[in-house]
Write a protein that binds this ligand. Structure first.
Ligand code: PLP
Length: 395
């Protein structure tokens, strides 16, 4: 390595996915690490096996080399001390809740957290662990402060949320939580570490569904938790081994390959989504656009303070009935109708369509809300697809 290369470059978001955590001398100087398809490692003698002096890999459930490479990259990207991979985003989310809470704990959770997190709290934690949960909008810090009780163990945030993209002031909430000894957790899937680094704003645990941008190719499920807190690191490490929720070597290798292009993909998704959002705002068929990258976003000042960018996901409401919105969605050619997001491809869905009007109102939206993920096909292609479908409304 040239002496003239600035040391800071090694902590750069472009450098980390390419090289951090890899040591080609350990795998015959192959440029890419192999997939370590083994469930166990062997030793020369009992002493080494039992006491494992060099931190060697032992048994697959305690960790595998592919998993470790990816954990080091994601920890570095999030400016955290340690990352833990899980077989899905929900595996990561439920592991964090179980690591922080105990029977009788109270949780404050933003109402627009990913749906299964709310369901896990409501349908498992409350009845089976005698826990309690207060759902808040998260729009004002006072609302979160008022929801805190003596037994509050955890504050669950998602910012921006992924239906109407409202934000939570991360520095303000983490300050209140620290004063009261409460652990803060954020789902950072929307921004990815490229556009938001919550640990640097005082948040204790960052979670991602790696199924989305980190993987980036819609070919794996995965989840990750990142923290710099030594007590949480020990607790997560122990529980991960005991619950057995590890990521297999093949998925970890694919995740590593996805990460290599994360910075360029995120910037491309952002550029495409911003152009689509700006054009949608001008279109007479569109009533309202929800995108954190637009100056019309009601929390735009906060967006600029805590995010360095916005990703490819955005929502809008049409000047049309819910039934007409369904017809528009079903008429797309390039956008595929389906769940998930964060891959290379464009997707469309109506996230509140199956809910009640009251539930949609919680989001400040209607059942006709349309969410699109802007993939990498190009803004002009996506806009042409949207316009040909909007033409249905003129018939
Ligand atoms: N968080 C967000 C914002 C999501 O959209 C999802 C899944 O869609 C999850 C978490 C859950 O991740 P997974 O499906 O990988 O379990």
């Amino acid at each position: 390595m040239s002496d003239s290369v600035d040391e800071a470059y090694f902590e750069n978001d472009s450098y980390i996915p390419l090289h951090t955590g890899e040591d080609s001398s350990k795998y015959l100087y192959a440029l890419n690490p192999p997939v370590f398809l083994t469930s166990l490692h062997t030793f020369d003698n009992m002493e080494e096996y039992q006491h494992n002096p060099n931190g060697a890999f032992v048994y697959g459930r305690y960790g595998n080399p592919n998993e470790k490479i990816v954990e080091e990259k994601i920890a570095a990207l999030e400016h955290g001390k340690r990352a833990f991979l899980y077989p899905s985003g929900m595996g990561a989310a439920s592991a964090a809740i179980m690591a922080v809470c105990k029977a009788g704990s109270h949780v404050v959770c933003v109402h627009n957290a990913y749906g299964c997190v709310g369901t896990f709290l409501e349908e498992y934690c409350k009845p089976d662990l005698n826990m309690d949960v207060t759902f808040v909008h998260g729009w004002s810090t006072d609302e979160i402060r008022d929801a805190i009780r003596d037994n509050t163990a955890l504050i669950i945030l998602e910012s921006p949320g992924t239906a109407t993209f409202s934000l939570v002031d991360l520095e303000a909430v983490s300050k209140i939580a620290k004063e009261k000894g409460i652990v803060t957790y954020i789902d950072n899937t929307y921004c990815s570490p490229i556009f938001q680094k919550p640990l640097t704003m005082g948040i204790d645990i960052v979670m991602h569904s790696a199924t989305k941008y980190l993987g980036g190719h819609s070919d794996i499920l995965g989840g990750v938790l990142v923290t710099s807190d030594d007590r949480l690191i020990e607790r997560l490490k122990t529980l991960k081994t005991l619950f057995g929720g590890i990521m297999g070597p093949m998925e970890a290798w694919l995740l590593m390959r996805g990460l290599r292009t994360l910075p360029v993909r995120m910037k491309a998704h952002e550029a495409i989504a911003l152009k689509v959002a700006q054009e949608l705002e001008k279109d007479p068929h569109v009533k309202k656009v929800y995108y954190p990258g637009l100056p019309s976003h009601p929390q735009y000042e906060l967006v600029k303070k805590q995010q360095s960018g916005s990703s490819g996901l955005l929502s809008f409401e049409l000047n049309a009935t819910t039934e007409e919105a369904v017809k528009v969605v079903e008429h797309m050619k390039v956008f595929k109708l389906g769940p998930s997001w964060g891959g290379f491809e464009s997707l469309i869905v109506m996230p509140l369509w199956g809910k009640t009007d009251e539930y949609a109102a919680w989001y400040g939206a209607s059942r006709g809300l349309i969410r699109i993920h802007c993939g990498l096909e190009g803004a002009d292609v996506l806009l042409a697809d949207l316009k040909q479908a909007f033409a249905l409304l003129d018939e």
